[in-house]
Design a binder for this molecule. Structure first.
Ligand SMILES: Cc1ncc(COP(=O)(O)O)c(C=O)c1O
Length: 392
């Protein structure tokens, strides 16, 4: 695949556009879960205004009363075009896509296609907590194949888990998080090819959650799982929701490779009734016309990663932070602070700053917190000040 350099867009940094007073007027989960004296840097929402092309597409639709059911393949076409321009991937065939309500419900539906009740779903903890909840809720068994100490997939551990998962002739799936939430790890083509080889060897089906794919820093390549040799048996979930902050206007896409198209074709028609038409409109506009905004966001996130690293070194030098190459999440190892398994509680109650507790991320999560960097440098600075105060 040809590497496509990301441009510098000349757009203003969207992370600097909104002040705290304005943000506190929001009614979404990030801003309404804790009292007003708590600074929220937890759930993965971004403190940005919407990209202008998204606002325009939504307001045009509202002005027209275009609020019926979704139709057509515009979202998938926009994603295919984005994938080619951004990642040099020409293999996304619109005919092998299906619109789904959101990424997690898409994950559930894909797992339903390739596994049965009681079968194993392998995940790489520490990982996005709903991977555990949604998989358990659909009556599958979660099998943990922890990331290695370098936050990369440990292929030896993965192989052991694949072997155990298919024992007795059972079906099994690997729910890959790519890029990885919370560590920001961007899996390489070599790693993903090795995953595909193992999956093939053991007959494990790969479902790749690629929601964070557009949020990869400039000089790192995102590699779509379906693009690697052997990846064509996989199923991917993609969405504009994380990169353009569109979780409230729901839609996502399931994408099949050539060898999994027959599975995707079995997706029940009613699943396509879940996504919102306004969601599809917003996501399409983001992918089609929102790349300049995205580039400005990525530049801002890069600044924030460096800012956080500097602030931690100054105020909380015991906290270990290895900036990842993707997502807007920072995974902080607070074990040296001696605050026990759930330091997020201490930061919340003594520092009045809300971070995500590491424990629900599974093995390797205890003693960690996840900090959401998609906010202004001022808020990050204040958050670290509060975290340091909590230790006094
Ligand atoms: C890895 C991952 N998958 C899925 C989601 C949720 O996506 P959706 O709202 O489309 O279900 C998130 C949200 O943060 C995420 O980080």
């Amino acid at each position: 695949m040809t590497r496509i350099p990301h441009g510098t867009s000349g757009e203003p940094n969207p992370l600097r556009a909104l002040d705290l007073d304005r943000l506190r007027r929001r009614t979404s989960m990030k801003w309404r879960t804790y009292p007003d004296d708590v600074l929220p840097l937890w759930v993965a929402e971004m403190d940005t205004p919407l990209a202008e092309p998204v606002v325009r597409a939504l307001t045009d639709a509202l002005a027209l009363g275009d609020t019926g059911y979704p139709a057509g393949t515009a979202y998938a076409e926009a994603l295919a075009d984005f994938a080619e321009k951004r990642w040099g991937w020409t293999g996304l065939d619109v005919g092998r896509t299906a619109i789904v309500p959101d990424v997690m419900l898409g994950v559930v539906e894909m797992l339903r296609l390739v596994t049965g009740p009681g079968d194993a779903v392998v995940v790489n903890p520490p990982v996005y907590p709903p991977f555990f909840h949604f998989v358990a809720h659909m009556d599958r068994r979660v099998v943990q194949a922890p990331l290695g100490p370098d936050s990369r997939i440990d292929l030896g551990v993965l192989e052991e888990c694949f072997r155990a998962a298919v024992a007795g002739g059972r079906r099994a799936a690997f729910l890959l998080c790519s890029p990885h939430n919370p560590t920001g790890t961007v899996h390489t083509a070599e790693e993903l090819t090795a995953v595909a080889r193992l999956a093939d060897q053991y007959g494990v089906r790969v479902v790749a959650d690629e929601i964070h794919a557009p949020l990869v820093v400039g000089d790192t390549d995102f590699v779509p799982y379906l693009s690697v040799p052997g990846g064509g048996r996989g199923l991917s979930l993609m969405s504009a929701s994380k990169a353009w902050n569109l979780a409230g206007v729901k839609a996502a896409l399931a994408v099949a490779g050539p060898e999994s198209a027959a599975d995707l074709a079995l997706l029940p028609e009613e699943v396509g009734h879940g996504p919102s038409h306004l969601g599809a409109i917003a996501h399409t506009a983001a992918l089609r016309d929102g790349t300049a905004w995205l580039d400005a966001l990525l530049a801002g996130l890069d600044e924030n990663r460096r800012l956080l690293a500097g602030l931690l070194a100054r105020h909380l030098p015991a906290v270990a932070y290895r900036p990842g190459d993707a997502t807007y999440l920072a995974w902080l190892d607070c074990r040296p602070l001696g605050l026990g398994d759930g330091p997020a509680d201490v930061f919340l109650h003594r520092g009045r700053v809300a971070l995500t507790c590491g424990i629900p991320f599974g093995s390797g999560g205890a003693g960690h917190v996840r900090l959401n960097l998609a906010t202004s440098p001022e808020i990050i600075t204040e958050a670290v000040r509060r975290m340091a105060t909590a230790l006094e």
